[in-house]
Design a protein around this ligand. Structure first.
Ligand code: PGA
Length: 245
């Protein structure tokens, strides 16, 4: 794992966007997986702007979503579906045939997981995966204790995820369960980019990079990935002893 720290959220987001563009330049038919959340929003905005400016061709890429809240309509502005369409897929004019996101209203959750697993088997491995990190160390909805060998699955969200997750929703919705790619799929991504910013993420980043690798804190698995980059701003790196640039 390589750690890269940046002056601020802007600089980190800009570097993250550059990495994604670089991947697509090298492999125009890349399979890309994107997280949602407050952290990657600016990365995606910069990515869309720079791609337009530099005429980066995303038309052959295939985009998949990392996770989704279960039981909530995709029209709801708090969903991953809504987020990815708003900040990434529409701005980049990605054709719907090149997108597969988890359906949070699926009547058959097992089949929904199988659909994603089969797609990754067919089109994979995932060339580039962008993830954030939760306050409990989760990656996607791989909550503490998730099996390292897990593929796409339904997750019972823990207390921290349910509490923090309220920030994405305008209404008082029930967010008890999610659907997510599994830790095996995260670890099999050719390039894994984890981004984190802000003071509140400092203890999480400290735990992710300097403590024992364990699925009780899924973000720590990044230490074991052979091609992972952890990008943070200075605030999120502030509890680390050695700052690298
Ligand atoms: P955030 O969420 O980007 O809104 O902090 C990160 C996560 O829970 O993975």
């Amino acid at each position: 794992m390589e750690l890269k720290t940046y002056q601020d959220y802007n600089a980190m987001s800009s570097a993250a966007a550059d990495m994604i563009i670089d991947c697509v330049r090298k492999k125009p038919q890349a399979l890309l997986c994107f997280a949602t959340g407050d952290t990657p929003r600016l990365t995606y905005q910069i990515l869309a702007e720079n791609s337009k400016r530099d005429k980066i061709d995303f038309s052959k890429c295939f985009m998949i979503g990392l996770d989704e809240w279960l039981g909530i309509s995709p029209d709801n502005t708090g969903t991953c579906h809504h987020f990815l369409h708003t900040w990434l897929l529409q701005p980049l004019s990605i054709d719907p045939s090149q997108i597969h996101l988890f359906d949070g209203l699926t009547p058959n959750e097992e089949e929904e997981c199988e659909r994603m697993n089969n797609l990754i088997t067919k089109k994979g491995p995932i060339d580039f995966m962008v993830v954030g990190v939760g306050m409990n160390g989760h990656i996607g909805f791989n909550e503490p204790g998730t099996d390292i060998e897990s593929l796409a699955h339904v997750a019972i969200l823990d207390h921290t995820t349910r509490t923090v997750g309220k920030k994405y929703f305008r209404d008082d919705v029930q967010i008890n369960r999610g659907i997510t790619l599994g830790l095996k799929q995260v670890m099999q991504a050719e390039t894994l980019l984890m981004i984190a910013n802000g003071k509140k993420k400092a203890p999480v980043i400290k735990q992710a990079v300097s403590e024992k690798i364990s699925n009780s804190f899924p973000a720590s698995l990044i230490q074991r990935h052979s091609n992972a980059i952890l990008m943070t701003d200075n605030e999120a790196a502030s509890e680390l002893e050695i700052l690298q640039t």
